[in-house]
Design a protein around this ligand. Sequence first.
Ligand SMILES: Cc1cc2nc3c(=O)[nH]c(=O)nc-3n(C[C@H](O)[C@H](O)[C@H](O)COP(=O)(O)OP(=O)(O)OC[C@H]3O[C@@H](n4cnc5c(N)ncnc54)[C@H](O)[C@@H]3O)c2cc1C
Length: 414
Amino acid sequence: MSDAPIFDAAAFRLTPAEAALSRQARAFGETTLAPRAAQWDRDAVFPMQNYRDMHAEGLLGVCIPAEDGGIGADFRGYCLAAAELGRYCGATALTWNMHVCSTLWTGALADTLEMDAATRAQHKTRRASHYARILGEGAIYAQPFSEGGAAAAGSVAFGTTARRVPGGFVINGKKIFASLAGSADYYGVLCTEQHGEAALSRRDTLYLAVPATAEGVSITGSWDPLGMRGTVSRDLVLQDVFVPEDAALMPAGLYFQAASRWPHMFMTLSPTYMGLAQAAYDFTVKYLRGEWPGMPPVKRRMYPTKQIAVAEMRVMLEQTKALWFQAISDARPDPSKEQVMRAWAAQYTVMENANAIAVKAVRTCGGQSMLKSLPLERIYRDSRCGSLMLPWTGELCIDRLGRAALYEQGETDD
Ligand SMILES: Cc1cc2nc3c(=O)[nH]c(=O)nc-3n(C[C@H](O)[C@H](O)[C@H](O)COP(=O)(O)OP(=O)(O)OC[C@H]3O[C@@H](n4cnc5c(N)ncnc54)[C@H](O)[C@@H]3O)c2cc1C
């Protein structure tokens, strides 16, 4: 293993478990993910072999509680490991996020939320069966919530509905950008429980695991995007799909409670882009030192403009790391307003700076650096996708920050 960690364990005072998991992720990323990353990107195919290898490494169960046989990482531990994977393959890290959320939200996060004893006991039994599939069979979970309307931004109820029927639910709706489409074994669908003719309410959000093989599930649309091509984020159509009661990944009402009380849960996409920011910087340093494997050892580091550009990239990287590390350390139920504002600022900073650093890297390294035989042009394209992702897009973070800075709860200008 040759790369230094993004977050040095001693300097950032990582716990021994965080340091070990980050080290494992870095070694896995460098040796297994990096050599394959170009192929998923070129063909826009899901990195299935990476998932088979992550299963063997225990990484599919990274956030499954230790009592259920997983690694038992918490939010911060997961984020630090995901950044190391994102450094070597953006599409694998981003899809890993979707999979991991089905265990993090139902595991460490749910354990900090309120439930009566009977509901908690039932939740633990149900999640254990999802966890057993992941650990035993290597089952892969996707996380489709986007619908092309305001629901994924958290403004209105999901238009995908679940109607209670004897023994379970019948689901109808369409999800766009369902990463892992066609490759996941289960789709963790966010939908709204329909109560007769009553208007749909966000309070009635359900989080249901729909088997890919269930009748009425289909994947539509093509996939040939700018970046994050290995995510294969096609559309998921659910037509009269029956799922049994125990498909519930969370008890009724718990997702609404989580979304209201645990805002950092929406930061889990950011580690991928923290890793991409580091990757763009690392590439530039090696390239200018004439050390990139396979390239002629031509050094460019003696020119002052190169030194200034790398210095500016380093400043942006350090700013990004410091803010992001503090924000992932803040994550908890019921954070203060300051902590939530910092989370928005961190999300915005990571998503924008990852691409800004990649842009500077291309300009600084020059023409040969953007050839498809090198990873920089992929990092450049992948890093552009981060700030587009709901619910915390770059724009929405700025909207919310501005409003929160100028208004206290309940204040208006009327
Ligand atoms: C590579 C990739 C993978 C993805 N994977 C998944 C996935 O696995 N699961 C999933 O659910 N989604 C996924 N998404 C979808 C993503 O989270 C967004 O839903 C999607 O990018 C939104 O695209 P849109 O064109 O519908 O944006 P729109 O909803 O039309 O929004 C366009 C822009 O308008 C702004 N905007 C949106 N809503 C509001 C609002 N209420 N107020 C103010 N401004 C607003 C935002 O800045 C947004 O960027 C993925 C997206 C990408 C690019």
